[in-house]
Design a protein around this ligand. Structure first.
Ligand SMILES: *Cc1c(COP(=O)(O)O)cnc(C)c1O
Length: 222
């Protein structure tokens, strides 16, 4: 067994059954993805449209491709035929574009709204104020070809557990509030995508349902 398979088995043993593992394969070659598939890993995450599409075209259809990186509206059309879920919806404009292209394909795309929870300036996502503003727009609910499935967030890159825990906890609280106020009768709104190689254990303790793990499976990226 290769280390990739071994790493996946170790992670799966350490996370509860209800938490979904996405293997983040960005920058990694097809051969390494095939190793992960041998460990029965079928959900992969990519942050660039071109790379996701190219890998999807080279591998068989059962694989779920998750778009986890910032998505430009002009790339949506190219992405949609291959993507299983978009974790990084961070504007109304992007949501409208995904809806428009999904309608053309007669499909519905599961989407997560990305929330900015970290201290860093560079991370994309809605602020809490902005997401509530979005959810208060009647036009948002006219987008019938996106399925709003929950929230996604990234914690600050730090060794300080307290900061990470507080950020994940704030995302969980926001999820609970949104669920109660906007999606209480909608069973699709159920996911909290949070947790990466360095912080997934804390994320799970704070209520994550999807973890996105790259370097712990495939090794450090260049
Ligand atoms: C790269 C990336 C990950 C995985 O990061 P690791 O630290 O390698 O586990 C998770 N989520 C997003 C959005 C990423 O861009």
């Amino acid at each position: 067994m290769t280390s990739i398979q071994n790493n996946i088995e170790l992670i799966l043993k350490s996370i509860p059954k209800h938490v979904k593992l996405i293997a983040v394969s960005k920058t990694k070659p097809i051969e390494e993805i095939k190793e992960a598939i041998k460990a029965n890993q079928y959900a992969f995450g990519e942050n660039r449209v071109q790379e996701l599409v190219s890998k999807a075209q080279q591998l068989h259809k059962e694989i779920e491709w998750h778009m986890i990186g910032h998505l430009q509206t002009n790339k949506v059309k190219q992405l949609l035929p291959y993507v299983h879920m978009i974790h990084s919806v961070d504007s109304f404009k992007l949501a409208k574009e995904i809806n428009k292209e999904a309608l053309k394909l007669s499909t519905t795309v599961p989407c997560l709204l990305q929330v900015h929870i970290a201290k860093e300036e560079t991370k994309f996502g809605f602020t809490e104020y902005e997401i509530l503003e979005l959810l208060n727009k009647p036009e948002f609910y006219e987008l019938k070809n996106i399925r709003v499935s929950g929230l996604m967030g990234m914690a600050t890159y730090t060794q300080d557990e307290k900061i990470i825990r507080a950020e994940f906890s704030s995302l969980r609280k926001l999820f609970d509030k949104i669920k109660k106020d906007y999606y209480s009768d909608n069973e699709n709104f159920k996911e909290i995508s949070m947790g990466m190689s360095n912080d997934f254990k804390i994320a799970i303790e704070e209520g994550s349902t999807i973890v996105r793990i790259g370097s712990l499976i495939f090794g450090e990226r260049n």
